[in-house]
Design a protein around this ligand. Structure first.
Ligand code: SF4
Ligand code: ZN
Length: 322
């Protein structure tokens, strides 16, 4: 008898040239973006251990994402996995974050079977998509001759051109396909949103309170638009995004709270959003410099205590703040 197989819960650590990086360059503190990137780079090169986020709220969200992703992708037989079967990668979360995330996830699992979201096209879907390793994977040592029809060629270039930036990457939490009238009815019944047939982009947000205000915040945020635009830039005309859903999941940080997931449907890109995305790209490239010494000069001390949490580089002393 072997040991029971462990369940790997991927906590991820963002993509290297993602929207959060470029937003820091465009509207936030460029030095913060740069220091963040340098940390990622050291991890990638194996010169630094992958570390948990400095803020417990971020960390809880990461762990919650990990549980949900595992649940949606694991075999039916194993979807009732227990916490003591889980191994976390690439960093070890704190017990406090695991406690809240697990409690929240258990309530989520009771409320939703994976099938209600499905059929699933992908989770943590990377843009650009690694076609060489996945769609065109060599068979019996021979690389495939045909092209990938799911994705456009030159996605790196498509993404760069779309935003007017040297690089752009993203990881989309979940992509599903709404194909039938029954799918549409199910989304209405389970999530109280009206969707149309087509590819549907989902994002999980683990929030303190899933109130009207949090809904407003995400509804108006540029993130869903950037993601939609990025997806569309990488895919042919028959694989564009039809619905964008953000699921606001209230974190259960004590036993007296009831589970609440509040789903909002965000309109697909309108002219006003296009203008906003254009501005985002313009501002980012204006502040951008490939030379880190020059980029680091664009420090913005207005951002040192964003969201009422001190910037980690202020805390660890790596930023002199001027
Ligand atoms: S401490 Fe302030 S100035 Fe320094 S990187 Fe962080 S946000 Fe920027
Ligand atoms: Zn492909």
């Amino acid at each position: 008898m072997g040991h029971p197989r462990k369940i790997i819960v991927n906590l991820g650590s963002g993509t290297p040239w993602g929207q959060s990086f470029w937003r820091k360059i465009a509207f936030g503190c460029a030095r913060q973006g740069l220091l963040n990137r340098q940390q990622h780079e050291l991890v990638r090169l194996g010169k630094r251990e992958p570390a948990r986020p400095s803020d417990i709220r971020l960390e809880t969200g990461n762990v919650g994402h990990g549980f949900v992703e595992t649940y949606l992708t694991i075999t039916k037989k194993r979807r009732n996995f227990k916490l003591n079967e889980c191994v976390f990668r690439p960093w070890e979360p704190s017990p406090a974050a695991v406690d809240v995330a697990w409690r929240t996830f258990q309530a989520f699992r009771l409320a939703y079977r994976p099938e209600v979201f499905g059929p699933i096209v992908g989770t943590e879907y990377l843009l650009p998509f690694p076609c060489k390793e996945v769609c065109l994977k060599a068979k019996r040592g021979q690389p495939r001759k045909r092209k990938c029809k799911l994705h456009l060629p030159d996605q790196e270039v498509q993404l760069a051109n779309t935003f007017g930036l040297p690089y752009f990457t993203a990881a989309i939490d979940l992509i599903t396909k709404v194909s039938t009238a029954a799918d549409i009815r199910r989304y209405k019944k389970m999530f109280d949103v009206k969707v149309v047939k087509g590819l549907t982009m989902h994002d999980w947000k683990f929030v303190k309170s899933a109130s009207r205000w949090t809904a407003e915040k995400y509804y108006n945020d540029i993130q869903p638009r950037i993601y939609e635009r990025a997806w569309n830039a990488c895919h042919p005309a028959d694989r564009q995004i039809a619905n964008v859903l953000f699921h606001l999941i209230e974190k259960l940080d004590n036993d007296n709270k009831e589970f609440l997931m509040y789903t909002i449907r965000i309109p697909t890109i309108r002219p006003v959003d296009l203008a906003q995305i254009e501005l985002f790209g313009e501002r980012a490239i204006f502040n951008w410099d490939p030379d880190p010494r020059i980029l680091a000069r664009n420090a913005n001390i207005e951002r040192c205590n964003d969201w009422n949490r001190p910037c980690e580089f202020q805390v660890d002393g790596s930023c002199p703040r001027c």
